[in-house]
Ligand binder design. Structure first.
Ligand code: GAR
Length: 193
């Protein structure tokens, strides 16, 4: 298979990004070639730098009002984009160019607990406050709306009576690490859609 060149977009800690670096290290046909962020303080940038993976930080203005990020992706021959804790909507120019080749992970069972403003601990707090018995992860294609692209894969975990947003986040993160890189590998290989 020809080389697939992935860019990861991350806004925060980047533990999922780190898992991708690990999983695809020396992979025969998938390579992580860049980590991009809207947040110059994102720890994800340090994680990438530590692995020798090129980083790119962009502003709101350049992301939404220019082709700078798209040009960066194209000039680095990026074939697929993986969102890993990335908090901004992907602009039309990038969605159009990378249709069906942008993926996101959401820390709940979509279509519940998705949409604008639903990210990270806010999601877990809402799940606990609503007394849900289970939560999970959703890996989905990205379109120009928050968390509305076609779902590729979901996995569930229990919500325990004494869960806090932190403890639930920990359980969800374990599910994310266990599935996200593998599912993306299978999508790129054409094994699942
Ligand atoms: C992950 O749990 C991811 O599902 C979530 O942010 C966390 C990032 O953690 N994404 C969203 O909430 C997107 N709406 P990480 O920076 O340690 O990978």
């Amino acid at each position: 298979m020809a080389e697939n060149r992935l860019a990861i977009f991350a806004s925060g800690s980047g533990t999922n990004a780190e898992e991708f670096f690990r999983y695809f290290n020396h992979h025969p046909f998938i390579k992580i070639v860049a980590l991009l962020s809207n947040n110059p303080d994102a720890f994800a940038l340090k994680r990438a730098d530590n692995q020798g993976i090129p980083i790119n930080v962009f502003s709101k203005n350049s992301f939404y009002k220019s082709d700078e990020t798209l040009t960066y992706l194209q000039s680095n021959l990026i074939s697929h984009i993986v969102l890993a804790g990335f908090m901004w909507l992907i602009p039309e120019n990038i969605v159009n160019e990378y249709k069906s080749r942008i993926y996101n992970i959401h820390p709940a069972l979509l279509p519940k607990y998705g949409g604008k403003g639903m990210y990270g601990d806010r999601v877990h707090r809402a799940v606990i406050e609503n007394g849900e018995a289970e939560s999970g992860i959703s890996i989905h294609y990205v379109n120009n709306k928050f968390d509305e692209g076609k779902i590729i894969f979901q996995a569930k975990c229990p919500v325990l009576l004494d869960d806090t947003p932190d403890s639930l986040a920990g359980r969800i993160h374990q599910l994310e690490y266990a599935h996200y890189p593998r599912v993306i590998e299978e999508v790129i290989s054409g094994k699942i859609q």
